[in-house]
Design a protein around this ligand. Structure first.
Ligand SMILES: Nc1ncnc2c1ncn2[C@@H]1O[C@H](COP(=O)(O)OP(=O)(O)O)[C@@H](O)[C@H]1O
Ligand SMILES: [Mg+2]
Length: 437
């Protein structure tokens, strides 16, 4: 939730603003036919009245919501504040409140403390007043609807939020590249994707750009259609419906555009080869992970340089350092106004292998270390053989926490630790501390 200081405090346009669609409770004649299906966003409604609850439940059944995830809960704003104190916020929160303006604004300020910056907030209130509406917009609220609302009000307001072609695209792309082949870039990309989908409850698509040798299908134990090849093979037909067909679903929120992994085609694509598919992904999915192979071609360079975030995975030795330095110099020169790539050191602590110390490696590049992942052939080998992610293979392993944190860093989200509600929590903690002493 972001505040919007640009709204002036004059009242010139009050009459005009009173007719703002969001201020009108319901318009029975509103035509839903033209409304496009929602992208793969997650939405949570906190209803206070049975009408709003029902409207949310009905909206969830609409065909336009088939790709989106809509959860309806009760308890209104106070329940939302409590809930999001312990859980990450989704792409959109719809909050119903029958409170007076003062209380509602006070609740909103409390919500802002626990809300991710990218989350959009829609308020369903019962106060029909333009000054109050302005106060809400100034606090970063995306829309205000006067209740009671119906299912179509929810659908059309959400479609409006995501339907403006002039807005920034919904999705963020994160490109992962290894400083050297075998550094573990794909492994890191896949595990981080798993964390983003699971811990941050955000829809993620992994696009495996290594057409001949990609491992995303194997890593997730999927024997899917050759997604990415179909996507670049029919650029004219590529839209969100084709995308639905060629995506392999790993979990409710994680899907793959996997590589065909056959050698019957060469991988010397045009420089613009992936532009179309990346655009469609950005329009329909909050997070796209681009698993870029360790090659230096025009298309690989373009994909990396145009990504919203870049993650370089390296092993702590000299060839990796040299390559990482060259990659970094080029990326910084081509993206002077972006923050530098994230550096991940992987396979740290390999027995008998002389290493460059992680901090020295990062200092030599002038980068902060985003994550340091130990060498653990047992764990990674087991996960790989089972077609699982690290946290599935061994949920208690601290390495899965490293991936969770990295997921938060690359998406710019803060993971809020789940609070232990059990009464035994404090006792167990004491016991643990004792047994470790
Ligand atoms: N931290 C690690 N410890 C042990 N093995 C690892 C680790 N990270 C990755 N691996 C293994 O290294 C191999 C290469 O990983 P991969 O992700 O395919 O590299 P890249 O995509 O950089 O070429 C895989 O077999 C993977 O299981
Ligand atoms: Mg790879």
């Amino acid at each position: 939730m972001q505040t919007n200081p640009e709204i002036p405090d004059d009242h010139e346009n009050e009459d005009q603003e009173k007719t703002h669609t969001s201020l009108i409770s319901t318009d029975p004649a509103r035509d839903l036919k033209d409304i496009r299906p929602l992208p793969r966003v997650s939405i949570q409604i906190f209803a206070e009245t049975p009408e709003c609850m029902r409207a949310g439940e009905e909206a969830a059944k609409d065909r336009r919501m088939a790709r989106a995830h809509l959860k309806v809960l009760g308890g209104g704003m106070s329940a939302a504040i409590e809930y999001f104190g312990e859980a990450p916020t989704p792409n959109v929160i719809v909050l119903e409140s029958r409170a007076d303006p003062e209380t509602l604004l006070e609740h909103l300020d409390r919500l802002a403390d626990v809300c991710d910056p990218g989350t959009r907030v829609i308020i369903v209130g019962y106060i029909n007043d333009v000054r109050f509406y302005r106060d809400l917009i100034r606090r970063g609220i995306s829309e205000y609807m006067v209740g009671p609302i119906r299912d179509m009000d929810i659908i059309s307001i959400l479609a409006e939020l995501y339907g403006n072609p002039e807005d920034d695209p919904l999705g963020k792309t994160i490109a992962f590249i290894g400083a050297k082949g075998g550094a573990g870039s794909s492994t890191v990309a896949h595990n981080v994707s798993w964390s983003i989908a699971g811990k941050y409850e955000t829809d993620v698509v992994i696009a495996d750009l290594d057409l001949p040798f990609g491992t995303a299908g194997l890593d997730f134990n999927q024997d899917p259609p050759q997604g990415i090849a179909d996507a670049i093979g029919s650029p004219d037909r590529l839209d969100d419906q084709l995308l639905d067909r060629i995506l392999a679903k790993c979990t409710d929120k994680l899907s793959l555009l996997s590589a065909p992994a056959t050698l019957d085609r060469l991988a010397d694509h045009d420089e613009d080869c992936f532009d179309g598919v990346i655009k469609v992904l950005q329009e329909g999915v909050p997070i796209t992970i681009l698993d870029v192979p360790h090659t230096w071609t025009a298309w690989a360079r373009k994909t990396i340089v145009n990504a919203d975030e870049i993650v370089i995975t390296a092993m702590p030795d000299l060839p990796n350092l040299r390559n990482a330095k060259n990659l970094l110099d080029l990326i910084v020169a081509m993206r002077p106004n972006d923050s530098p790539p994230h550096l991940v050191l992987n396979q740290v602590g390999m027995p008998k292998k002389p290493e460059i110390k992680s901090q020295d490696f990062a200092d030599a590049l002038g980068l902060e270390l985003a994550a340091e992942i130990p060498f653990d052939p047992g764990l990674f080998g087991l996960a790989s053989n089972n077609g699982q992610m690290v946290s599935e293979a061994d949920s208690k392993n601290p390495i899965s926490e490293i991936f969770d944190k990295l997921g938060g860093v690359v998406t710019g989200r803060v993971e809020v630790k789940k609070v232990e509600k059990s009464l035994l929590g404090p006792l167990l903690a004491k016991f643990k501390a004792k047994s470790q002493a």
